[in-house]
Ligand binder design. Structure first.
Ligand SMILES: [Zn+2]
Length: 152
C-alpha cells in the first residue's frame, strides 16, 4: 500500500491512496490498483509545534470598568499595570501565580494578565468585559487554563 501526498493548495492536502492487491492468490505480479482521493484540511504551513502547559482549573469571573466592579477605579479605563483594559485581552490574576504580561489560554483564546484585584487570589481569573451586562452574564465559570510553554 502506498500513500502519495500531493499538496494541492495552501489550505488542503490531497492524498491519493493507492491500494494495490493481488487479484488471485499466488499471482502477485498481476495487480489491481484502486485510487481513493482523500481531502484533509491540514496543511504543512499551519502545522506548528506549539506546546501548552495546563495550569489547572481556575475560577473565572467577569468584570468591567463600572463602580460595581472596580469601585474607586471606575471610569479610569486603566488597568493596574497601566494598560487600557481591552475586552478579549485583559484579565486580572493573582500576580504571585500569573505575573503581568503572562499570556494564558482560556477556551483556546489568548488573554494577557494586565490587572489585579483584592479579591483575585490563587486560582482565580477575572476577565475584562466592555459592559457590566456582559460581565454579569459571564457569571462564574470553572475553566482549564493553559499557558504556552515554548515562549518563555
Ligand atoms: Zn461592572
Amino acid at each position: 500500500m502506498k500513500l502519495n501526498i500531493i499538496r494541492a493548495a495552501a489550505t488542503t492536502i490531497s492524498a491519493i491512496l493507492v491500494i494495490t492487491k493481488p487479484v488471485a492468490v499466488g499471482t502477485n505480479d498481476i495487480q489491481e490498483t484502486q485510487e481513493i482521493i482523500i481531502e484533509t484540511s491540514a496543511t504543512e504551513e499551519t502545522q506548528e509545534s506549539i506546546t501548552f502547559e495546563c495550569l489547572g482549573n481556575f475560577i473565572c469571573t467577569g468584570y468591567c470598568d463600572c463602580d460595581i466592579c472596580v469601585g474607586q477605579y471606575a471610569g479610569q479605563m486603566q488597568t493596574a499595570s497601566g494598560t487600557t483594559p481591552t475586552a478579549g485581552r485583559t484579565i486580572a490574576a493573582d500576580l504571585n501565580i500569573l505575573p503581568y504580561g503572562t499570556i494564558v489560554y482560556i477556551d483556546g483564546h489568548a488573554y494577557t494578565v494586565e490587572d489585579k484585584g483584592g479579591a483575585i487570589k490563587g486560582n482565580h481569573i477575572d476577565i475584562y468585559f466592555n459592559t457590566h451586562e456582559e460581565a454579569v452574564n459571564f457569571s462564574i465559570q470553572q475553566k482549564e487554563i493553559y499557558k504556552r510553554s515554548d515562549n518563555e
